[in-house]
Design a protein around this ligand. Structure first.
Ligand SMILES: [Zn+2]
Length: 119
């Protein structure tokens, strides 16, 4: 597991414990698949392009897909959504379904947004 910058590194510890457990499993999966796992953003104020304030609420982190194929991005999202979405994924505003990993471009480039439900 790597961090893009000090801000991501310094706010990682504040994340919801369930999310840190998931991040660990993700780092193992990435290692097995020879993919870099770089956390780019953890806790912070709502950005201009953000749909929700879930990062401010310590229930989401973003990770980079630099060097990843699109297939890998989807495989990652499918793998962790199948494993965790039903149990702990945050409820999507658009579909009202629980989702843990969102592969999207919210205006600042394609990335993986990983989120958990409010306890
Ligand atoms: Zn995000």
């Amino acid at each position: 597991m790597e961090f893009k910058n000090n801000d991501a590194r310094n706010t990682y510890e504040q994340l919801d414990e369930r999310l840190k457990d998931v991040a660990y499993e993700m780092s193992v999966w990435c290692k097995e698949n020879n993919l870099p796992f770089v956390i780019t953003r953890c806790v912070g104020p709502r950005s201009k392009t953000s749909v929700t304030d879930i990062h401010a609420d310590k229930r989401a982190f973003d990770s980079s897909v630099r060097g990843w194929s699109i297939d890998c991005c989807h495989k990652f999202a499918d793998t962790f959504n199948e494993k965790f979405a039903k149990e702990i994924g945050a409820i999507a505003k658009s579909t009202h379904e629980p989702i843990l990993v969102v592969y999207h471009n919210s205006g600042e480039g394609w990335h993986l947004h990983n989120q958990v439900r409010k306890l």
